[in-house]
Design a protein around this ligand. Structure first.
Ligand SMILES: O=C(O)CCC(=O)C(=O)O
Ligand SMILES: [Fe+2]
Length: 282
């Protein structure tokens, strides 16, 4: 029988979500996004999507296939939607990221906030681990480097390409193993829910088999502060967007130096000062 992911809410306590992620590598959280945040964010990204295209300008076949020929991706979300700041600083999601990432760093930052819109006809993406981005840190023995969430901005269904997941694959002793079909499930969930998953669990986009329904997903992930994120955040999200935010939020978006705890190292600086100081912004 095909496995299922556990489903919960933050009202049930974030410990429930954490133990489900520890057991299965992923969990579905319902009622994740407040309705008003979801509707403001959706309006902003729908407007942005109207002026964007499917596919990538990358020429390598492997990049094109991973991206998806009929998938639209775009980032710079804090710049494009004020509601994204509220999503990226969701207290419960950050507590979960704290749990998995803070043992391995003194601060983590946004890896990417990325819209993933699947058009009808998009084939399924190959199964992968998001820690593949830092592939020297992606083995059964390696530490947790990244935590991700796929938010349903519209309902995720079996037919429109809900993310495929292999529960338990974060614990496999062989990361080269391919799953059997009956080990794969799909994150079917209503709009406003999110599937939180570790960088170590196998997953991939589903196939959009509908005739006329796009699948609207928002991927938001965090990565250890001493690793390079996927998105060049401070180059794409201007200081003005985060200027009035607390330092912790500025740090999430790459506008503060990386903390290295007891060591005297200073990473991600300008003139060896904290970023806004070195740039004369404060
Ligand atoms: O679109 C999806 O459901 C998953 C996409 C994904 O995992 C990725 O691009 O890393
Ligand atoms: Fe992925």
């Amino acid at each position: 029988m095909a496995p299922k992911l556990q489903e919960t809410t933050f009202a049930a306590g974030f410990e429930t979500a954490i133990s489900a992620i520890e057991a299965d590598g992923a969990v579905i959280v319902h009622d994740f996004l407040p309705a008003d945040v979801l509707s403001r964010f959706r309006a902003d990204v729908v407007r942005e999507a109207e002026r964007r295209e499917y596919g990538t300008r990358e020429t390598s076949e492997i990049s094109q296939a991973f991206w998806g020929e009929k998938t639209m991706r775009f980032t710079r979300l804090a710049y494009r939607s004020p509601a994204f700041l509220e999503i990226a600083t969701h207290a419960d999601y950050l507590r979960i990221a704290d749990h998995f990432l803070l043992p391995n760093c003194d601060n983590y930052w946004v890896n990417t906030g990325q819209m993933m819109v699947l058009a009808p006809g998009q084939a399924e993406q190959w199964l992968h681990r998001d820690a593949d981005n830092w592939n020297r840190m992606n083995s059964p023995e390696s530490i947790e480097v990244t935590i991700s969430c796929m938010f349903a901005i519209e309902d995720f269904t079996l037919e429109n390409g809900a993310t495929r997941v292999v529960p338990g694959s974060h614990r496999w002793s062989d990361f080269t193993r391919q799953p059997q079909t009956d080990e794969i499930t799909q994150a079917v969930m209503p709009a406003g829910s999110g599937m939180i998953y570790t960088g170590r669990v196998l997953h991939g986009g589903g196939a959009n088999q509908t005739a006329d329904r796009q699948r609207w997903g928002l991927h938001l992930s965090y990565v250890l502060g001493w690793l390079t994120p996927e998105e060049a955040l401070p180059l794409s999200v201007p200081w003005e967007v985060v200027r009035d935010q607390p330092e912790s939020v500025q740090r999430l978006f790459g506008w503060r130096e990386t903390l290295m705890g007891e060591s005297s190292s200073r990473l991600w600086t300008v003139d060896y000062e904290d970023v806004p100081v070195g740039l004369g912004l404060e």
